[in-house]
Design a protein around this ligand. Sequence first.
Ligand code: PEP
Length: 251
Amino acid sequence: MRRPAIAANWKMHKSAAEAAAFARDFLPRVKDAGEKDVILAPPFTALARLGEELAGSRVALAAQNVHAAEKGAFTGEVAVGMLAELGCRWVILGHSERRTLFGETSAQVSEKAAAVLAAGLRPIVCLGESLEEREANRTLDVIARQVAESLADVPDASATEVVLAYEPIWAIGTGRTATPAIAQEAHAALRERLAERFGAAAAEIRIQYGGSVKPDNVDDLMAQPDIDGALVGGASLEPESFARIVDFEPR
Ligand code: PEP
């Protein structure tokens, strides 16, 4: 049985004070965080303040990116140890906005994933096809290549620490959610690729769906056998909406 993992990706939204206000409103609303991994990923500048608010709760702190090196001359970058010091337990890697807007490659994502795991944190590794790739019937090939390349440096022994996030680019921030059947097809294909790479551990690796997840579609998506949680952008910015998503009931 895979424990669901529900993560909020706030992107470049919320100051430290706004993140703290969110936590004070959100925490009392979450009913059963004990049965799920519930994760908030604010901008770097809100990590410390939000970490204080989340201390003692079952909600975990995540960063939205990291550099693979321990330290060095990398202006503007942040190392895993710095995130760990602030209480981060997760790091989102390879979000499509990082890949498309900042040129991040799967090879870089893979290096970062290995660094995150080596530091005892957990990576949420994002991948997914563009609209053009889907319309050209290339989805399964594209995500197979992305998963192989993005996890190339992940040691076999750490495979179950990784969470994968399938996020079709055409569904992110567009209001155009993948149907449960479309998402399940991609998730099942990803699990087959994971089995080729990691063997039996693939059955334990969680695969989140991301792309316009909302309170009114989460229950249907989570009913799919290979969907093990969600990575949520827009609908995670309001405490009421994200709490409803966290408390999903598969149907
Ligand atoms: C995301 O940014 O990871 C995401 C899925 O965004 P949204 O939920 O807004 O589509």
